[in-house]
Write a protein that binds this ligand. Structure first.
Ligand code: ZN
Length: 335
């Protein structure tokens, strides 16, 4: 049976612009209210690096409320996952603006010792947020979805106690960062991985739950509410040649449209789930997770989310989290 996992990236714009109250706190509060009314929860992917720097530099008056919100959501049963935009780790404040370090753009491309430090700092920060020194997030999402080269990051995450990744979106391609998610295990809703996040490896310590996408002709992307300018996590400074390389990623006939609950209309989301249902087959033993993504900074129409949740409950499609589904999947696979 299909189950839907909603994941919400909790962050301001990737270039450091915007404020916590408008882009993080208020949209998360509106979404939490709707989910609680439906008796559902989502996974909050807290961008630990930027919140830590914002707090250290006392750069936003709403940081206290944001910290309180994460703690309250955790207590209310929302899952707290680790999300990292590493270009924030060395960020400096200059003239009331952020100077971000784009030399550390792809966490996967950094030396192992540096990756270990960044992951450890991120988990430490989340522990402070939820107020539990023994807290370990189960799930991870890479900044800008960059999880290649997959090692040594995957091993470092596993050693830290993380078991789930949700960075892959099928059909994804970023020439400028060497990301290639065009080939993923066919027909699998999740898979174990080791050396490469797109390759099924039963001995891998982490499980990938890809973000659900439909491959659609490019012209259909125009129907998406607030289509990304740059990337969802904010565009880094780019040279003209890298902009050209990026353009080639878009000039494909089929483009991966993410199941984005902060951008798509209810009708678009329902159509994507209906297509998933038609491929669902008859297995009722192993759950079939479909991961939806949203960003607090993109939320424009919370009533679309409300209508989508109503559709799911009317059709008896469960809304789940990684924490709920992971133990069931592991025991179903062992059986
Ligand atoms: Zn992000």
């Amino acid at each position: 049976m299909i189950e839907c996992i909603f994941t919400l990236d909790y962050e301001i714009y990737g270039n450091g612009s915007g404020c916590l109250r408008d882009l993080v706190y208020e949209p998360a509060a509106r979404l939490a209210e709707v989910f609680l009314r439906h008796g559902s929860r989502f996974v909050l992917f807290v961008e630990a690096a930027e919140l830590a720097r914002i707090e250290e530099c006392d750069a936003d008056p709403a940081i206290g409320e944001v910290k309180e919100q994460v703690r309250d959501l955790h207590r209310a049963g929302f899952e707290i996952g680790l999300h990292i935009h590493p270009w924030w780790c060395n960020a400096r404040r200059e003239n009331a603006a952020w100077k971000l370090d784009y030399n550390e753009y792809n966490l996967c491309a950094l030396p192992a010792a540096r990756i270990s430090d960044i992951v450890a700092e991120g988990i430490h920060y989340l522990r402070g947020l939820v107020g539990r020194p023994d807290f370990t997030p189960l799930s991870f999402r890479a900044g800008n979805w960059l999880f290649q080269p997959t090692q040594p990051l995957a091993g470092i995450l596993a050693k830290s106690g993380i078991r789930v990744d949700s960075s892959v979106f099928r059909g994804g391609r970023r020439h400028d960062h060497g990301l290639d998610y065009r080939r993923t295990p066919k027909g699998s809703y999740f898979w174990h991985f080791g050396s490469d996040v797109t390759i099924d490896d039963p001995n891998g310590e982490l499980v990938e739950f890809p973000i659900h996408t439909d491959l659609v002709p490019f012209w259909r992307m125009n129907g998406v509410r607030r289509l990304a300018h740059g990337t969802a996590c904010g565009a880094a400074g780019r040279s003209p040649s890298s902009a050209l390389t990026r353009l080639t990623d878009f000039l494909r006939f089929n483009y991966p449209l993410k199941l984005d609950f902060c951008r798509l209309s209810a009708e678009q989301m329902i159509a994507m789930i209906r297509r998933g249902l038609s491929k669902d087959g008859h297995s009722h033993v192993i759950p079939r997770p479909i991961v939806a993504i949203g960003h607090t900074k993109d939320l424009s129409d919370v009533s679309a989310v409300d209508a989508f949740l109503t559709f799911l409950s009317t059709n008896e499609i469960a809304v789940s989290t990684f924490r709920e589904i992971y133990p069931r999947l592991v025991s179903a696979q062992a059986a």
